[in-house]
Ligand binder design. Structure first.
Ligand code: FAD
Length: 464
């Protein structure tokens, strides 16, 4: 293994970031993450400012026998960014992004948010596929796949990951690319935070925008599944250029007519992965599928699109339990089930969605990335979102029951590991999701993290 850097002593002396312990100023703010249900107390939080700090932190954790949780954006709904008793490595001060427009490569520090990447890359008319909310961390989203609007033409986030710098469990900084330590790059493409702390990512960039076409006609659930069926058939023809989800929600606020307030609705949200004017014409039929409740369609700057949903999901306000499974196809029966589940949601802030795949995402071979099989046509996600702790059981049950109810339409029990519930399923879902790639991941985990120091994730246990 080619190593860039190590450190001989295991102290935290001389690091440039802060070390927070229970009772010190800032400790409670630093241990809070996006999901308000998560309340964990690390023994220490090391707020790293650079790769040297991360090397020191990992070396210190190793010497003290502490397990390590890694925080980037803190959006993981299971709260994997923070642990009880161990060390939390907090990368939220490592957000720099630099762009080489000639090579079309972005270099992104391990704690960056998608808004950092979008702002830096769009300056050059470029982008790489990220998520739908701009304050989600690049690291967590990428390491388990990364599903965003640009997936139709440019694939998942991992399909654009070309290199990374990683501090592994022995405290050394390692570079991985197609030429150096390629096994590690393969594992990072879907294997989660199992292999070390990624201090820097390199992503391939593509010309995008600055203006893109976003279609968002909204129809009422009570008016039936007709528009969803038409949308599904439309995507069968145009899924190579349209990243989309049908999102069930509850109408509320001044953007919705009085007669629909409090009613369940669905948005056929689509982004055309190409010229905005061309997209506007192509997506127009989706806005003519019946009586719309509202229509949020329009051409907009790519950076605005990437922040459009941010206010729906403010950090720390909500209690959350999210699950998702891949679907082989989207038959009418599955659409009916999604509508029934949406009507049964106990909370009005809850969302559930049908996401399309295909296009560039589907063109990657199952063994080319740890993520695995790309033949899923769709994903069904159930995002229970509520505020009162007394409603925990009802909301968690809704998400789990809805997820169970769709099992017959699922793809070999495979799930999206970035929407993992609260991790109570053990490693069954991890194994079934990685399928034939699981054993190779175990071997790479055993090589880079034999003591399972990085275990707060969709854990792949090393061989004993
Ligand atoms: C509001 C919201 C919107 C979302 N939208 C999308 C979406 O559009 N598309 C999508 O695919 N997913 C989406 N997700 C899911 C998201 O991808 C996951 O929650 C992901 O884990 C978040 O990454 P993070 O860096 O913010 O999380 P964190 O909680 O900071 O970390 C998540 C995991 O990654 C590991 N990790 C973090 N940083 C590093 C690092 N530098 N090196 C190694 N391991 C690391 C952690 O150990 C942890 O296990 C969304 C989540 C939320 C809450």
């Amino acid at each position: 293994m080619h190593t860039l850097k190590t450190r001989q002593d295991s102290s935290l002396d001389g690091i440039s970031g802060a070390v927070l312990t229970p009772g010190t100023a800032g400790y409670d703010a630093a241990r809070s993450v996006w999901n308000a249900m998560i309340d964990r107390r690390p023994k220490m939080i090391v707020r790293c400012r650079n790769a040297d700090d991360v090397i020191a932190a990992v070396g210190h954790a190793r010497a003290k026998g502490l397990p390590i949780a890694i925080r980037a954006g803190g959006h993981n709904v299971a709260g994997h960014a923070v642990c009880d008793d161990g060390m939390m490595i907090d990368l939220s001060e490592m957000r720099a992004v630099t762009v080489d427009p000639a090579r079309r490569i972005a270099s992104v520090e391990g704690g960056a948010l998608w808004r950092d990447v979008d702002a830096a890359t769009q300056t050059h008319g470029l982008a790489t596929p990220g998520g739908l909310i701009s304050d989600t961390g690049v690291a967590g989203l990428t390491l388990s796949g990364g599903i965003g609007w640009l997936r139709a033409r440019h694939g998942l986030s991992i399909d654009n990951l070309v290199a990374a710098d990683v501090v592994t469990a022995d405290g050394s900084l390692v570079h991985t690319s197609a030429d150096q330590n390629p096994d590690l790059l393969w594992a990072l493409k879907g294997g989660g935070g199992n292999f070390g702390v990624v201090t820097r990512f390199e992503f391939a960039l593509h010309p995008v925008g600055p203006e893109v076409m976003f279609a968002a006609p909204i129809y009422a659930v009570e008016d039936g599944p007709g528009p969803i069926r038409a949308w599904r058939d439309f995507l069968a023809r145009h899924g190579d250029l349209v990243g989309s989800l049908c999102e069930f929600s509850t109408a509320g606020g001044e953007d919705f007519p009085e007669e629909y307030q409090g009613k369940r609705v669905y948005t056929l949200a689509c982004v055309y992965n190409g010229d905005a004017a061309e997209g506007e014409a192509l997506l127009q039929p989706l806005r003519e599928l019946g009586e719309m409740v509202a229509d949020f369609s329009g051409r907009m700057a790519y950076c605005d699109l990437q922040q459009l949903f941010d206010t729906l999901m403010p950090a720390g306000d909500f209690r959350c339990y999210w699950k998702a499974r891949y679907l082989t196809e989207l038959p009418n029966e599955m659409i009916d089930l999604a509508m029934k589940n949406a009507l049964a949601a106990p909370s009005d802030t809850t969302l559930s969605s049908l996401w399309n795949f295909g296009g560039a995402t589907a063109q990657v071979a199952p063994d080319a990335t740890a993520f695995g099989d790309r033949s899923m046509g769709w994903m069904y996600s159930l995002d229970a979102v509520w505020t009162d702790a007394r409603d925990d059981a009802a909301n968690i049950a809704w998400s789990r029951d809805g997820w169970d109810s769709a099992a017959a339409f699922g793809q070999h029990g495979r799930v999206y590991l970035n929407f993992p519930g609260h991790g109570e399923d053990g490693d069954d879902l991890t194994r079934s999701t990685f399928g034939a790639n699981y054993q190779r991941l175990v071997e790479i985990k055993t090589k880079y993290d034999p003591e399972n120091r990085f275990r707060f994730n969709q854990n792949i246990e090393p061989e004993q």
